[in-house]
Design a protein around this ligand. Structure first.
Ligand code: FAD
Length: 351
């Protein structure tokens, strides 16, 4: 295996950076275990961020009401003192056991990670971007000039970019790409955007300054010789408008797909992963499952349940990674590692 493909070894690999995966990174850290998280999306937060970032959540202990996006931000900060490593925009494609009893996780981008334990926190499945309906020649340009995510802003320097969509992702990326792109055109079917008010207001300022152009309609055709895009046709209020473009970024939201679990060799029950309620271990030794993907009698698909599952899973993972050490209840305040990390400035590598 080449060195570029084999990322660093950690105690744990967490598949899925939703609320439960993030809290798992924290709990594993309290026990002194290092973790790497892999998520198919380009940002953390799972359902909270993709499906209801602005919705208040009322059933998180000690938070009478907290916005889903704020909860994710706080979970990320909490995990950061244990410096988890994030591999975003990568879907886990396979899980294999090494001869030494460790686990190898391979992503669809060819990244291979190795760890003693694996935590499956894939929730309802991986989110797959919704594609634009009835867009001519889409397949020719997809993955190249037409994309559904922005893993690297600088890669778009100097480009003429058309962004399709009217929600938070479309508006946020229009603003984030504005300083590097040579032109940004935001195409949305309706005059009214669906993004948060403050984002919409900031975008409007960019429109008034002539730094972002808005068109009301939908992209119906792509022009150029693949892989090079030259223009797109927008059909809408202004009739048919041909917009010169090097890149089309589509942000129409996501649909959930079951993902690659069926190929992992795990016992499954109706697409979910059965676990015991002592360790939250699956049918594969050293492979745990928590959050919405885990099932057991009485399971409640709530964030709170995933937090409890993460705590018991981390204790079991610690016993597995450090078999000689006697198991004990680790209070966050009595963990020397935790004290040391929280007393220094909150570090960690942000996703
Ligand atoms: P998810 O949030 O689903 O995250 C899973 C992550 O795994 C995703 O980011 C996905 O991209 C990633 N993933 C999946 N497969 C792969 C793969 N193969 N490779 C890489 N990454 C992968 N719960 C509450 O407790 N209170 C509420 O008020 C509440 N309100 C809700 C409102 C709505 C509209 C919805 C839809 C849900 C609500 N829930 C609520 C439920 C809550 O959101 C879920 O219980 C929670 O998100 C589960 O977290 P998770 O980390 O297990 O999974």
């Amino acid at each position: 295996m080449s060195d570029e493909r084999l990322a660093r070894h950690s105690d744990a690999i967490i598949i899925g950076a939703g609320p439960c995966g993030l809290f798992a990174a924290f709990q594993l850290g309290v026990h002194g275990l290092t973790s790497q998280l892999v998520d198919a999306l380009d940002r953390v937060g799972g359902q909270c961020i993709e499906l209801y970032p602005d919705k208040p959540i009322y059933d998180i202990p000690a938070c009478p009401a907290i916005g889903a996006a704020e909860l994710v931000e706080r979970l990320t900060m909490q995990a950061a003192c244990f410096s988890p490593v994030y591999h975003m925009g990568q879907q886990v494609a396979s899980l294999e056991r090494t001869a030494q009893g460790e686990w190898l996780v391979t992503t669809d981008k060819g990244l291979v990670l190795q760890a003693s334990v694996v935590v499956i926190a894939t929730g309802g499945g991986s989110f797959t971007p919704k594609t634009p309906p009835n867009l001519g020649r889409l397949a020719e340009f997809e993955g190249g000039a037409v994309r559904y995510a922005v893993p690297d802003v600088q890669a778009h320097a100097g480009e003429r970019i058309v962004i399709a969509g009217g929600g938070d992702s479309a508006v946020d990326w229009a603003m984030a790409l504005c300083p590097v792109a040579s032109e940004i055109v935001l195409v949305h079917q309706r005059e009214e955007l669906r993004a948060q008010k403050h984002s919409t207001a900031r975008l409007q300022t960019l429109v008034e300054e002539g730094r972002v152009r808005r068109l009301t309609g939908r992209v119906i055709d792509l022009h150029g010789t693949a892989p090079s895009l030259e223009a797109v046709t927008v059909h809408g209020r202004e009739g048919r408008v041909v917009v010169p473009a090097d890149r089309l970024l589509v942000f129409f939201g996501f649909v959930m797909r079951e993902g690659a679990l069926a190929r992992f060799g795990l016992d499954l029950c109706d697409g979910l992963v059965p676990v015991d309620t002592e360790r939250f271990e699956t049918s594969l030794p050293g492979v745990f499952a928590i959050g919405d993907i885990a099932t057991y009698p009485g399971k409640l698909k709530l964030i709170l349940s995933g937090f409890h599952e993460a705590a018991l899973m981390a204790a079991a993972a610690a016993r597995r990674c450090r078999p000689g050490e006697s198991p004990s209840t680790e209070y966050s305040t009595s963990s020397p590692l935790f004290r040391e990390r929280t007393q220094s400035e909150l570090g960690g590598r942000s996703p």
